[in-house]
Design a protein around this ligand. Sequence first.
Ligand SMILES: Nc1nc2c(c(=O)[nH]1)N[C@H]1C(S)=C(S)[C@@H](COP(=O)(O)OP(=O)(O)OC[C@H]3O[C@@H](n4cnc5c(=O)[nH]c(N)nc54)[C@H](O)[C@@H]3O)O[C@H]1N2
Ligand SMILES: Nc1nc2c(c(=O)[nH]1)N[C@H]1C(S)=C(S)[C@@H](COP(=O)(O)OP(=O)(O)OC[C@H]3O[C@@H](n4cnc5c(=O)[nH]c(N)nc54)[C@H](O)[C@@H]3O)O[C@H]1N2
Ligand code: SF4
Ligand SMILES: [Mo]
Length: 714
Amino acid sequence: MADMLLSYFREKQKHTQKEKVSNTQCPFCSVQCRMQLVEQTSVTRKTYRTVGLDNPTSKGRLCIKGLHAHQHAFHKDRLMHPLIKQDGEFVQVSWEEALSHIALNIKQIQHEDGYDAMSVYGSASITNEEAYLMGKFARVALQTKYIDYNGRLCMSAAASAGALTFGMDRGLTNALEEVSYSECIILAGTNIAECQPTIMPYFEQAKENGAFIIAIDPRETATTNIADLHLKLKPGTDAALANGILKVIVEENLIDHEFIQNRATGFEKVKQHLNRLSLEEIENKTGVPQNEIRRAAVAFGEKATGMILTARGVEQQTDGSIAVRNFLNILIATGKIGKPSCGYGAITGQSNGQGAREHGQKADQLPGYRSIENEEHRAHVAKVWGVDPEELPRKGVSAFEMIQKMDQGEIKGLFLLCSNPIVSNPNARFVKKALSKLKFLVAVDLFVSETAKLADVILPTTSYLEDEGTMTNLEGRVTLREASRPALGEARHDWQIICDVARALGKEQYFSFHSAEEIFNELREASKGGTADYYGITYDRLRGKEGILWPCPTLDHPGTKRLFEQSFAHPDGRAVMTDVPNDPAIAKEQPCARYPLYLTTGRVMSHYLTGVQTRKSSSLAARNFESFMEIHPDTAVKFGVQDETLVKIKSRRGSIIVRSKWSKAIRMDTVFVPFHWNELQNVNRLVEDKLDPTCRMPGFKVSAVQIEALHTMR
Ligand SMILES: Nc1nc2c(c(=O)[nH]1)N[C@H]1C(S)=C(S)[C@@H](COP(=O)(O)OP(=O)(O)OC[C@H]3O[C@@H](n4cnc5c(=O)[nH]c(N)nc54)[C@H](O)[C@@H]3O)O[C@H]1N2
Ligand SMILES: Nc1nc2c(c(=O)[nH]1)N[C@H]1C(S)=C(S)[C@@H](COP(=O)(O)OP(=O)(O)OC[C@H]3O[C@@H](n4cnc5c(=O)[nH]c(N)nc54)[C@H](O)[C@@H]3O)O[C@H]1N2
Ligand code: SF4
Ligand SMILES: [Mo]
């Protein structure tokens, strides 16, 4: 028997000729799990296996998306050559041809309609170096004020709340490991179990240590399942719910008087505002019983330590920014910030959701969180870039507002990199119409996405396996993802493409970079002295694999694990509390006789964003190959919708067809549809396009819809 086994393994070994190992980081979410792709080549076939690598954040764990990420990276549809549209068809061209075509068209548009007729739309799924270059490209190569990015749809509410309340916005104010020792945790509008699965063990550990966990979500999810108390609120009512919690905390005197006195401003005004609110009214608005609001408040107020984490459920609202500020009010009132196992976390989304929002892709921002409207900030960055501060454009408008300007004809050209806006923006049919009006659209992508189909030129880029650069994870930890494989075909890195286009436009002197590290070194200078100071971080230091949490102002600085221990980042060192109305300034669509249900949208574990990548992965696509509508069985029966059947969902803006999925996990007045599918299953055809007045975040989480069964009930 032993002999037989031995000869079997010898035989097997003969066939296993080569093993190639690539160390990398997952391209999907903000945890940035480190992993290793093992490629085995035998005479007959090539196989791939992914294993987790130890790291301080996910400790070697991987979720199904990371395990199967290589499937899209090796997919046959990966773009290998530049494409130009001729008579409605894409034809392969050389880089020279593509670049001179781009330069010619951009120059023509800007000659006829001015610099601002060109726009740039970036992404938080690219490296820090590339995000930084996108900002510089818009301001220096194109000299346009119109640049924004997909993070506007993702992180803008939490970012503006953090900046206004604390004076600084970093995803987590303290290290993730502190979660496990926190005694009370509020998880508001976050589905960590499906969206950042590899950090769930921190929360499970907290629970084992005796923590009381409160979840706020209109649905039961794998995340709310670990909660001791689930507040199953009406979609869109988080600001009012937080008022209720805060009111009880103040009334029960569970506040930290000393902390408020020494570290904050605005408390008295907030207190007076709360006095005027009634808990009964809050119960009616939110659908959460008063006794549950009271239980949550007392639990959070009484425990010695506590943390609040929010994600898109709270933030993707037309009052997302102020709703988050109300959760921050709770933290400040109870003095639970800047101390061990106390703090706030806006769980970032995309791989570089944190870093890409710090270095100048936002309409009003320069690197290091500097402001494009501040003269000193402009002077600092202009000096690093070698341009006259006067030449730097002023602030532009947010992502969706740029699209409105395309519709109005004010913006005529777009350089789009790493985003699929006609699927990810609200009111998707309008967005497609607006983008179709552009005179010239360049898309840089791995694939021909739905938006790239509209492009005049598509440029092929490299994937996470091929492109080197730094990423800043949900903790604010800067990590280095080294390139582990050569580019496919003629694909070039995003940073090379940006430099190539700048060169074609005659701006080579500002974009003569030969490596990601060179760009990073310029970014360090540009961010130096700013809020997000990366100056002390170098590639050499990052090769240590642990990463460094910003701010890191000097080469010998260890990085900052916990923020706000001594003071907040406002000039007077104090946090700013603000009173928050129960009802948003921009009203949310409410159910009515014609559109009787709330629609809320979000994610499932196996797909990523608009699904361009994950729908190409056979293992992931097999888990959810089509979209669905989660609906309570009682509601389904009322509307004659059977389980697992096709249903038409209609809003004031359009309609889609998806399959029904009965589930008692969801509120009876609400349906849930994920947004990973396109065309007839693109839920953004239904979603309202009103924006938060502070941060310009669309209200992805609340629309009113009607449903119609596409079968007859037996
Ligand atoms: N599997 C997977 N993981 C991902 C992503 C992905 O596409 N797929 N995307 C990444 C990105 S970019 C992001 S931004 C994050 C997003 O991560 P999350 O924000 O956690 O994900 P969502 O599913 O959008 O929304 C979270 C929860 O909000 C709830 N919700 C809906 N409406 C409301 C409301 O009015 N109030 C409250 N309190 N809750 C509400 C939903 O039911 C949902 O369970 O995930 C990242 N990770
Ligand atoms: N209804 C609804 N809509 C939403 C949300 C929601 O919860 N509900 N969430 C919003 C959120 S949080 C987000 S983050 C947005 C995201 O939405 P999008 O910005 O549209 O993000 P993706 O779908 O990831 O699109 C990325 C595109 O870039 C390509 N790509 C991938 N990697 C690279 C790369 O390295 N370089 C380049 N050049 N291209 C690459 C992919 O193939 C894909 O075509 O969607 C938002 N839209
Ligand atoms: S999707 Fe997020 S949690 Fe899953 S492996 Fe990738 S980085 Fe880790
Ligand atoms: Mo996101």
